[in-house]
Write a protein that binds this ligand. Structure first.
Ligand code: UTP
Length: 289
């Protein structure tokens, strides 16, 4: 039986060194793209897939991520008194049903695999989504909803994949592929950050996954891999052959907001279609380029 997908884990325990000094006293995941913090994009995407239970894997200095999802009675009261109904509506997305958000501490940033293992009590025996909030996926249908749709048919594990130029495989988890219908591809092997010459393909994993709780077993060994980190890719590789495992060429555009250039591109892409901003954005882009 394929269990329903109801849970999402959002690892936010990283140091965000690429955005220093901005991230010295503020979590990277609170950086806004236009007027929403990165974390909000990830939560909205998960909610669009019917997910309503969330676990943030946090670290020291990241507490305002939790405050962000709390009620803000004084602010709401003031906005209501002033008749600011559209601003009130914008606030609504950042509220959580009581008890539907939990946070666990990672203690030490030992890698993405370690962050997921820290959420083991929340995951229990259930399938779960992972969304890395650094990645924004702009799409008609939520990227996690696309993965969930595949998961409901195939069961097992499904990851969102992108084709990249060979020279970029060193930045990603890379698939060794089996059957491939041009959209869905069977995963036969996984390698984290291979040199281009050693990469089994140019299909790479982005920050969106639907996994079974089975991945917690290999993760619990806390074996370190590339870069001395506990790699999620290495643990996922242990499931291949034991459970269905697919990569989905999702429909949408991914912005790597963990990098400066991806973050800047996202600002433009997310503002240029907004009715309240598009004319001004186009005008100033013309001015600068
Ligand atoms: P990154 O590789 O982007 O690392 O992590 P980072 O520390 O956030 O940023 P830089 O490279 O120093 O600028 C990818 C995702 O995995 C989470 C991060 O929070 C981010 O969402 N992560 C990474 C953890 O939660 N814990 C870790 O130990 C490592």
């Amino acid at each position: 039986m394929i269990k329903p997908l109801r849970k999402a884990v959002l690892p936010v325990g990283g140091l965000g060194t690429r955005f220093l000094p901005a991230t010295k006293a503020m979590p990277k995941e609170m950086l806004p793209v236009v007027d929403k913090p990165l974390i909000q994009y990830a939560i909205d995407e998960a909610r669009a897939a019917g997910i309503e239970e969330f676990c943030l894997v946090t670290a020291r200095g990241k507490d305002n991520l939790i405050d962000y999802f709390d009620a803000a009675p004084e602010l709401e009261h003031t906005l209501r008194e002033r008749g600011k109904t559209s601003t009130l509506a914008a606030l609504e997305a950042s509220s959580m049903n009581a008890g539907s958000l939990v946070a666990v501490r990672q203690n030490m940033p030992l890698g993405l695999g370690h962050a997921i293992w820290c959420a083991r009590s929340f995951i229990g025996d259930d399938p779960f989504a992972i969304l890395l909030p650094d990645d924004i996926v702009k799409s008609e249908k939520s990227c996690i909803a696309q993965l969930a749709e595949v998961y409901r048919k195939t069961g097992g594990n499904v990851v969102a994949v992108n084709e990249v130029p060979r020279e970029m495989t060193k930045q990603y988890g890379v698939l060794a592929t089996g059957e491939d219908d041009g959209r869905l591809v069977e995963v036969k092997g996984l390698v984290e950050k291979p040199e281009p010459a050693d990469a089994p393909s140019n299909l790479t994993i982005i920050g969106r996954y639907v996994l079974t709780a089975e991945v917690l077993k290999p993760l619990s060994q806390l074996r370190t891999g590339v870069g001395g980190e506990v790699q999620l890719t290495d643990a996922m590789a242990q499931l291949i052959g034991k459970q269905p495992f697919h990569g989905l060429r999702y429909e949408g555009t991914r912005f790597d907001c963990g990098s400066k250039i991806g973050f800047l591109e996202a600002q433009i892409a997310m503002s240029i279609e907004r009715p309240d901003l598009k004319d001004d954005v186009r005008a100033f882009l013309k001015k600068y380029v």
